[in-house]
Design a binder for this molecule. Structure first.
Ligand SMILES: *Cc1c(COP(=O)(O)O)cnc(C)c1O
Length: 223
């Protein structure tokens, strides 16, 4: 019951915010299951969630083994070590954490098909955060162009650790501006139409600022 309620509430909040923000694109809900069992992940799918997100290869593969590769979309949202690419890259539909050229190079070697990737950008500049610096985006995308298996569908960021909504909003807004700049360049390998931003505590702000993928764990899975 809890899961059913959670999904309904989150969906209602997404819809209400999208309508208010006049967001034209459908916002995709990714259910982040990194801290819960396969059983809870299954319950999310039963409630109509169509995408699951995990941040460790082991966690993703374990759940996928039980749930099935084709039962839903699989999103890898954590930082990915180069040596683990081989394990997981053909088991996912989206990678949200492309943050270095070495990773693109390894994806090129190991992927059977082109992989939809988000470039992770460290907008807030916090040292603890992964991601490329905003000013490096164009040179990064230029380099990524050498690797046809890497398809850049959008940009991703994590909000800074603060309760200040305005600070968070500005980070999301900067990512959107950066995405718009990239889109204007019409890179063939980087259509960059999407924005992956927003978690349990800030997804409404993210949608108001143009998020098209929200990654939500806590408020979906809590009992
Ligand atoms: C855990 C995690 C989320 C979900 O966070 P919640 O606050 O539980 O909604 C989203 N994105 C990433 C990258 C995460 O690691």
């Amino acid at each position: 019951m809890a899961i059913q309620n959670n999904v309904q509430k989150v969906r209602a909040r997404i819809e209400e915010t999208s309508a208010r923000a006049a967001q034209k694109k459908q916002v995709k809900l990714i259910g982040v299951t990194k801290s819960v069992s396969t059983d809870i992940a299954r319950q999310l799918l039963e409630e109509g969630v169509e995408a699951l997100g995990e941040n460790r290869p082991e966690g993703l593969l374990e759940k996928q083994k039980e749930i099935g590769r084709d039962a839903c979309e699989w999103h890898f949202i954590g930082s990915l070590q180069t040596r683990k690419v081989r394990q997981v890259i053909n088991a996912i539909d989206y990678l949200h954490s492309l943050d270095r050229i070495g990773l693109a190079e390894e994806i090129e070697k190991r992927a059977n098909e082109p992989v939809k990737c988000f470039v992770q950008v460290n907008v807030s500049g916090e040292e603890s955060k992964h991601g490329i610096h905003p000013e490096d985006i164009h040179s990064f995308l230029h380099e990524v162009g050498q690797y046809p298996k890497v398809q850049v569908v959008g940009l991703m960021t994590m909000a800074p650790l603060t309760d200040d909504e305005q600070t968070i909003r500005e980070v999301f807004r900067s990512l959107r501006q950066l995405r718009d700049e990239v889109q204007e360049r019409h890179y063939a390998h980087a259509p960059c139409t999407e924005l992956s931003m927003g978690m349990s505590g800030d997804f409404e702000t993210a949608i108001e600022e143009g998020a098209t993928f929200v990654r939500i764990g806590t408020v979906l899975v809590e009992a």
